[in-house]
Design a protein around this ligand. Sequence first.
Ligand code: SF4
Length: 249
Amino acid sequence: MATKLIYKTKVDYGEFSTKYSLRLYKGCGHGCRYCYVRRMFRKKYSDWIKAEPYLPKNEYMKQLEKDVEKINPNDGVLISFTTDCYQPIEMKLRYMPEILKLFNEYDVRTVILTKSSNVLRDLDLLSRMSNVAVGITITTTDITEKRRWEPHSPGPRVRIATVKQLYNHNIPVWISVEPILDDTWPYIVLRTKDYAQYYIFGKLNYFRTYTTAEWIVIGHEIKRLCKDYGLKYYIKPPLSELMKSAIVY
Ligand code: SF4
């Protein structure tokens, strides 16, 4: 029997949390060095970046429709926590246009999360959807840091241009600043604040880039900056949990 593609998730994304997420590709060609999913699946880096689909497209779409019929569309599906749905292989295999058409037909609240400008290929489809929001992950504006941590995905300039394009096509867009890689996070906010309607911030786990005290200060600086510009935002645990543990003036 085919594996179910839509599964329940508890990942907390503030206003963009969904009850469900979607399996799409095994592995991810973006090959981020900090990728927790690769660690979770205990994959070697060289195997992880050779992504492949869960099922051949026909079989996948049949199974997906069965799954969609069983859920409440208002509960929402986030695509995807375990891969990037617009990584390079998607440009060849083109699963996303079929998925978006199906989700639109069933009026599924759809939340996309990607690091790639490839999402712009589906602009027409996305602009026709009644219930979609696209999250673009931007973790640094420093191209050298980007190359170090996220070697095979588009750079910050391209991601920011993608945010503007989505906005110009009236597609709700939000920014995932997770994981924060360096001190450029305020520039991410300043360069996107006129286009994005929501921000999610999260710390880098498992790598010691900042001390605990520094993370706490960063958390409070985020609060201040977002408050100053009247931006809607959400700080994810464990950073928000750390912030509760100390007062920073
Ligand atoms: S884009 Fe996401 S799933 Fe892909 S390698 Fe990077 S962190 Fe992992």
